[in-house]
Design a protein around this ligand. Structure first.
Ligand code: C5P
Length: 246
C-alpha cells in the first residue's frame, strides 16, 4: 500500500500503554502510518522523558497530552520545557483563561523559534467529556448548557492565539463555523465499524471524522489492541481514501 501523506499527517496514535518497551514496539511497528504519537498523563508520569528522546532520535512527532492549567507564568515556563524536550503538539485547559493561554503560546513559539523549529500546535481542552450538564451546573456551579459552554471556551481559545481545540467529531462543524476553518480540531472517540467500542460512548468512524472536517483523529485501541495492527491501520487508510471529501 502507498501511504498517502495527507492521511498520515492526520493520524494521531494514542500510546496508552504502561511500559517503555510496549511503547517502543508500537512505535517501531506503526511509525510509517502515524503522523503524531500521543503521550498522555499516565505514560508521561512514568517513562515520558525516556520515550521523548527515543522518538526524537527517530525524527518522529509527538503530542504531549498533559492539559496544563495553572497561573500564566507557571504554564509559560512549563511550555518552554515541553518544547525544549521536543514536543510538536501539547494542550492546555481553556478554563485557565485568556492570559494563561496567550502567555503559553508566546512562550512555546519563542522557544521553538530559538531552536529553529516551526511553531508548535497548542490545543485547548474545552469541557472534559466526563463532565455532563448536571455536573457543570450543580457541582461546578456554571450555569450553561455543556455544548454552549464548550463553544464559548473554543472561541476564547481562538481569541487567545491557540491553534485549535480537542473536541468530538459531532462538534467539529459548529467549532469551524464559529472559529474559522483554519482553527484546528483534534478528535478522539474514533472507531471504525469493525472495531470494538470499548468504554467510549459517542463514537464516529475515521471517515465520518474526516468528512466533518477533523484535522487530526486520535486512533487508540482500534489499532493498538488489534491482532494485526498494520492490517487495522491499512484498513483505516483505505476507508479514508475512498471518501471524496478527504
Ligand atoms: O483507545 P481509544 O481510541 O478509546 O483512545 C482514545 C484516546 O483519546 C485516549 O488516549 C483517551 O484518553 C483520549 N481521549 C478520549 N476522549 C476525550 C479526550 C481524550 O478518548 N474526550
Amino acid at each position: 500500500m502507498i501511504i498517502n501523506p495527507k492521511i498520515k499527517e492526520k493520524i494521531v496514535l494514542a500510546l496508552d500503554v504502561n511500559t517503555i518497551e510496549e511503547a517502543k514496539i508500537l512505535i517501531n511497528e506503526l511509525k510509517d502510518y502515524v503522523g503524531i504519537f500521543k503521550v498522555g498523563l499516565q505514560f508521561y508520569t512514568s517513562n515520558g522523558n525516556e520515550l521523548f528522546s527515543f522518538m526524537k532520535k527517530l525524527n518522529l512527532k509527538y503530542f504531549l497530552d498533559v492539559k496544563l492549567m495553572d497561573i500564566p507564568n507557571t504554564v509559560a515556563k512549563a511550555a518552554e520545557n515541553i518544547i525544549n524536550n521536543g514536543a510538536d503538539f501539547f494542550n492546555v485547559h481553556a478554563l485557565g483563561g485568556s492570559e494563561m493561554m496567550k502567555k503559553c503560546v508566546e512562550s512555546a513559539n519563542l522557544t521553538a523559534q530559538n531552536l529553529g523549529r516551526p511553531n508548535p500546535i497548542v490545543l485547548a481542552v474545552t469541557v472534559l467529556t466526563s463532565i455532563n450538564n448536571e455536573k457543570l451546573n450543580e457541582e461546578l456551579a456554571i450555569n450553561y448548557d455543556v455544548n454552549d459552554y464548550a463553544l464559548k471556551l473554543a472561541k476564547l481559545a481562538k481569541e487567545s492565539g491557540l491553534t485549535g481545540v480537542v473536541a468530538s467529531v459531532f462538534e467539529v462543524q459548529i467549532i469551524k463555523q464559529a472559529c474559522g476553518k483554519d482553527f484546528k480540531v483534534l478528535c478522539p472517540g474514533i472507531r471504525p465499524q469493525w472495531a470494538a467500542q470499548n468504554d467510549q460512548k459517542r463514537l464516529a468512524t475515521p471517515t465520518l471524522a474526516i468528512k466533518q472536517g477533523a484535522d487530526y483523529i486520535v486512533i487508540g485501541r482500534a489499532v493498538t489492541e488489534a491482532k494485526d495492527k498494520i492490517g487495522a491501520m491499512k484498513k483505516i487508510y483505505e476507508e479514508i481514501e475512498v471518501c471524496n471529501e478527504c
